[in-house]
Each structure stands twice: as C-alpha cells, then as structure tokens.
Design a protein around this ligand. Structure first.
Ligand SMILES: O=c1[nH]c(=O)n([C@H]2C[C@H](O)[C@@H](COP(=O)(O)O)O2)cc1CO
Ligand SMILES: [Zn+2]
Length: 163
C-alpha cells in the first residue's frame, strides 16, 4: 500500500516558498515565493533581498530613520517573476508567505499569473495591501488563503546521512 502521510501539492509549494524565505537577510520579515504551472511544475522561486551586486552588508536593513531598506529591497514575488528566465507564467499560480503588495500585484497581473495562494496577511490594513486586493480582484486573479493541515513540516538532514 502507498504511503498515506505524503504532503499535498499546496503544502509542497508553500513549503518551497517558506524554504526560500529562509535565505532572506531581512531581520524583520522574511518572504518567499514559488511559481508553479498548471501541471504542478515549479517555474521559479524568489525571496526578499537586495538586487544582485548590491551587498547585503553595504545597504541598510533598518525599517525607520534616514536610511531604510524599503527603497532597495526586491520583493519575493517580483524576484520570483524576474528569476523565471523568460518562461511564460500565463495561467500559473504563485505561492507566497505574505500577501503581495500593490507593486507585486501589478507584476503578477502583467505576467499572466492567475492565482495567488498565501498564508499571512499581517499588512491587511495597509494602503498597499488594499490597493493590491483591488487590482487583483479587478484582474480576476483568484486569491486563496492556505489553511495548512499540519502546523509543522520538519526537514531532517540527519536522517538522510549514511551511518
Ligand atoms: O509583498 C511583499 N513581499 C515582500 O517580499 N516584502 C518584503 C519587503 C521587506 O523586505 C519585508 C517587509 O519588511 P517589514 O515587515 O519590516 O516592513 O518584506 C514585503 C511585502 C509587502 O507585503
Ligand atoms: Zn511586493
């Protein structure tokens, strides 16, 4: 009989997005994204970080004050779209830890992505999130908040070692 405790597609792709987020250097919010086609093939991934060639050590990670991260950081969703290397994203689904902002929503719509699956909506009351929901709704993009069956998905490297 086949294994019964395998993970669902939703858990797999959101898991990949959460794993990508582990690469983020942002001390406050780590976001990951995973773009998948209608055949459940991963097309691209991304996480929030500074542009290529712009050192994590020479730009600020501050949220407030004179010099903040906000003008410099590339959002996870945009990075995933840009990382897709020219592949068509028409009809694809994007899995993201955090609900996309309005700037990412514009890129999502223009790239032809048709569904956004997310976990966290902690900035639901921000103008950027309200604007995002407005245009995503107008563009007919499906929005789905994932309620995972399992709270934890553990990756155990040690179990894979030959001993
Ligand atoms: O959709 C998003 N995708 C995304 O990658 N981000 C990134 C930008 C910042 O690095 C971080 C948000 O930082 P903070 O929560 O400290 O304001 O998350 C932020 C949003 C906003 O919703
Ligand atoms: Zn964004």
């Amino acid at each position: 009989m086949k294994r019964q405790d395998y993970i669902s597609w939703d858990e797999y792709f959101m898991g990949v997005s959460l794993l990508a987020a582990k690469r983020s250097k942002d001390p406050n919010t780590q976001v990951g994204a995973c773009i998948v086609d209608s055949n459940n093939v991963i097309l691209s991934t991304g996480y929030n970080g500074f542009p290529v060639g712009c050192s994590d050590d020479n730009l600020p990670w501050n949220r407030t004050g004179e010099d903040t991260k906000y003008p410099y950081v590339v959002h996870a969703e945009l990075n995933a779209i840009l990382n897709s290397g020219g592949k068509s994203l028409r009809g694809a689904t994007i899995y993201v830890g955090l609900f996309p902002c309005n700037e990412c929503a514009k890129a999502i719509i223009q790239s032809g992505i048709k569904e956004v699956v997310y976990l966290n909506d902690k900035y639901a009351n921000e103008k950027s999130t309200l604007a995002s929901k407005r245009i995503l709704g107008m563009a007919g993009i499906k929005l789905r908040r994932l309620t995972p069956r399992e709270k934890n998905l553990v990756l155990n490297f040690e179990n894979e070692l030959d001993r």
